[in-house]
Design a protein around this ligand. Structure first.
Ligand code: COI
Length: 356
């Protein structure tokens, strides 16, 4: 399939790199493709970023049939534009699609389309420390119908946003509330899919936690309110007695690509990473015994997000003196080092898109 390219006649002004924030600016172009039952994915095109027509009755607005991905392109120290594990993200996109009855995308084709889009907008990839181009592929159900059903038509978009560090405060430990009232997901539900509903489900708890002075919540399992699941919109890892423990992917947790990267890197970095159920009580007991060394979140947007304090039922534990621990720092430096081309990529994770 050929990708039709229409270039913008009004290129935007590049934002100031020290004022990027996260997800506020968009590049000049976007990729769009349509799906029709019986015809499949068709009419791929790259067009100027902008509004598009859609019926108010489109199914996505009513029943939430929508999925998305989030990956990044980086400007390396030797002025290449690279993607990090793009096919791993696009394969996960299809897992999410399956969960909400959206037809699968053709990963190789979308990967090539994405590279073409980045090549066109490559001057939008910022170059200062900590910045990158956040890439947001997403699919929405477009049948104009308010009857509850699986849509026969969809639109796939890829939009791109130059971003700074995810947290305004930068790479600093955050305060977290252990959430024992609301739940995010339950096994058999949508927790392992990157679908809008999961993010909507987490908002109320996040807003309340922020009012109480926390950066985010730590989610416990929905059935027993005992086992740890995720932190905000990220995976979570604990370092106890020199072992890194992270909850297993047991049906309600998103298979984070940064989580996967940490597991893949563990051997080479001399780290022991174990995927197992871990309860909030075990964390408290490990802290009491002086064995809890570090806690950190892992996600594409923030990479690594160290936790400085955890509050559960009014009790607060301070982790590593509210400082970023050596393992969180090492993982952050290694992952970003590979992404920015400062460290060798022994793993085949870097996909060079363009040369500046
Ligand atoms: C990530 O960690 O990349 C996320 O999932 C956050 C994103 C929804 C902005």
């Amino acid at each position: 399939m050929d990708i039709l390219v229409t270039k913008t006649s009004k290129p935007g002004t590049l934002p100031q790199e020290d004022k990027l924030g996260f997800g506020k600016y968009f590049t000049d172009h976007m990729f769009v493709m349509d799906y029709q039952e019986g015809k499949g994915w068709h009419s791929p095109k790259i067009v100027p970023y902008g509004e598009f027509p859609i019926y108010p009755s489109a199914l996505v607005f009513h029943y939430g049939q929508a999925t998305f991905e989030g990956m990044k392109a980086y400007r390396t120290v030797d002025d290449r534009i690279v993607l990090f594990r793009p096919k791993d993200y696009l394969n996960r996109f299809n897992n999410s699609n399956k969960a909400v009855c959206i037809p699968p995308i053709e990963v190789d084709f979308v990967h090539q389309a994405l590279k073409k889009l980045i090549e066109i907008d490559k001057h939008w990839v910022p170059g200062s420390v900590g910045t990158s181009l956040y890439i947001r592929p997403f699919i929405i159900a477009t049948d104009p119908c308010v009857g509850v059903k699986v849509s026969d038509t969809y639109k796939l978009f890829v939009i791109m946003s130059p971003v700074g560090a995810y947290y305004a405060s930068g790479f600093k430990p955050v305060k977290i509330k252990v959430e024992d009232n609301y739940t995010r997901a339950v096994k058999g539900g949508l927790g392992e899919a990157k679908t809008s509903a999961n993010y909507a489900a987490g908002m109320k708890a996040g807003v309340e936690a922020k009012k109480e002075g926390f950066a985010q919540v730590l989610w416990l399992d929905a059935l027993e309110r005992k086992y740890i699941e995720e932190i905000g919109m990220m995976n979570i890892l604990f370092k106890i007695n020199d072992e890194i423990i992270t909850p297993p992917l047991a049906g309600s947790i998103l298979s984070g690509r940064t989580r996967l990267t940490i597991i893949d890197l563990a051997n080479d970095l001399g780290l022991k990473v174990t995927e197992r159920k871990i309860s909030i009580l075990e964390i408290y007991e490990a802290h009491e015994k002086g064995q809890l060394q570090e806690v950190f979140g892992a996600g594409t947007a923030a990479v690594i997000s160290p936790v400085g304090e955890l509050t559960w039922k009014g009790k607060t534990i301070v982790v590593n003196d509210n400082k970023t621990g050596p393992t969180a720092q090492k993982l952050f430096d290694t992952i970003t080092g590979i992404q920015y081309g400062k460290l060798e990529d022994k793993y085949g994770w870097i996909d060079t898109v363009a040369k500046l």
